[in-house]
Design a protein. Structure first.
Length: 141
């Protein structure tokens, strides 16, 4: 995430700081992982006039600016989170719970892919699907 304050970063792109932009960024930070629809619900608690299209456009702009990133955690809409919070997502197919682990977990795999294939893994977009301990049962470790 850029260390430049949002108003300055927007001005550098010839854009204005608006209330919807501020509210969307605050909602992303507050919710942690959220779909555009969830962010819209959160934002409209404060400003009822903000439409879903504005949320989508704002997320697209913020992703271009490096402020947010998205991951596909299901077959539905992408989930957004702050770009400075890079982690690997663990998604339970049983209960839908999303957990996080540090990106260093994938470092050996990323190094192998870089060496063998010249492929750079974007670990911020990685989601691993399986069953959490509760859904798998304690005995199936």
């Amino acid at each position: 995430m850029t260390s430049t304050p949002l108003p300055d970063a927007l001005r550098a792109r010839g854009l204005r700081m608006t209330a919807p932009r501020q509210l969307v960024l605050e909602a992303v930070r507050r919710l942690g992982h959220a779909t555009p629809e969830q962010l819209h619900d959160e934002v409209t608690r404060t400003a009822a006039g903000i439409n879903l299209t504005t949320v989508y456009r704002t997320l697209e702009l913020f992703e271009q600016m490096g402020l947010v990133t998205h991951t596909h955690l299901s077959h539905g809409a992408p989930t957004y989170h702050a770009a400075d919070d890079q982690h690997v997502h663990l998604v339970c197919r049983g209960c839908g719970r999303v957990d996080e682990v540090g990106t260093e977990l994938l470092a050996p795999l990323a190094a192998t892919l870089a060496d063998d294939r010249g492929f750079a893994v974007d670990v911020g977009h990685v989601a691993l699907f399986g069953l959490c301990r509760d859904c798998a049962g304690e005995g199936s470790r």
